[in-house]
Design a binder for this molecule. Structure first.
Ligand code: ZN
Length: 155
């Protein structure tokens, strides 16, 4: 009878402290991330900048550069874990609109290079709409797809 009771208490003990499994960990991370900003384009950019600075600093060996790289990484982490999602979304959208023309180069450099060689990007003089025309076609009369203004362009 004595033995049985100790066995029971052991069972109770193991039940109150379950071993964490990997699925359990994922669930806990998800719960922790709920209501937080997560990794957005701006946070990713700062991770890449930080990584780049660390690589440069392998050769440069500058203390301030090391701190700058750490600060970039800290900022990225702060963005991911921030609970003020509205403000972070605003910043991310501002970032995306400022890097609009740069983004294709960052995402796929060779595709962006082919695109830049094959097409010329123009802006409609009236509404500012971006218009793409093929290169090496001489003088073209371009019609804006948005406001239908016609304008001359050298391709
Ligand atoms: Zn236009």
């Amino acid at each position: 009878m004595q033995r049985k009771s100790t066995k029971d208490s052991n069972k109770q003990n193991s039940r109150t402290r379950p071993k964490p499994t990997s699925g359990d960990l994922t669930r806990r991370v998800n719960e922790w991330m709920r209501g937080r900003n997560g990794a957005d384009a701006l946070a990713n950019a700062f991770v890449w900048v930080s990584l780049l600075l660390y690589i440069v600093n392998i050769f440069a060996r500058l203390t301030w550069l090391w701190w700058l790289a750490l600060a970039c990484l800290a900022y990225a982490w702060w963005r991911m874990t921030s609970r003020n999602i509205q403000a972070r979304t605003r910043e991310n959208e501002a970032f995306l609109s400022h890097t609009g023309t740069l983004r294709p180069w960052l995402q796929d450099t060779s595709a962006a290079w082919r695109e830049a060689r094959a097409y010329k990007h123009l802006k409609c003089p009236k509404c500012g709409q971006r218009v793409r025309v093929p290169r090496h076609k001489g003088k073209l009369l371009v019609s804006c797809p948005k406001c239908h203004t016609k304008f001359d362009a050298r391709s």
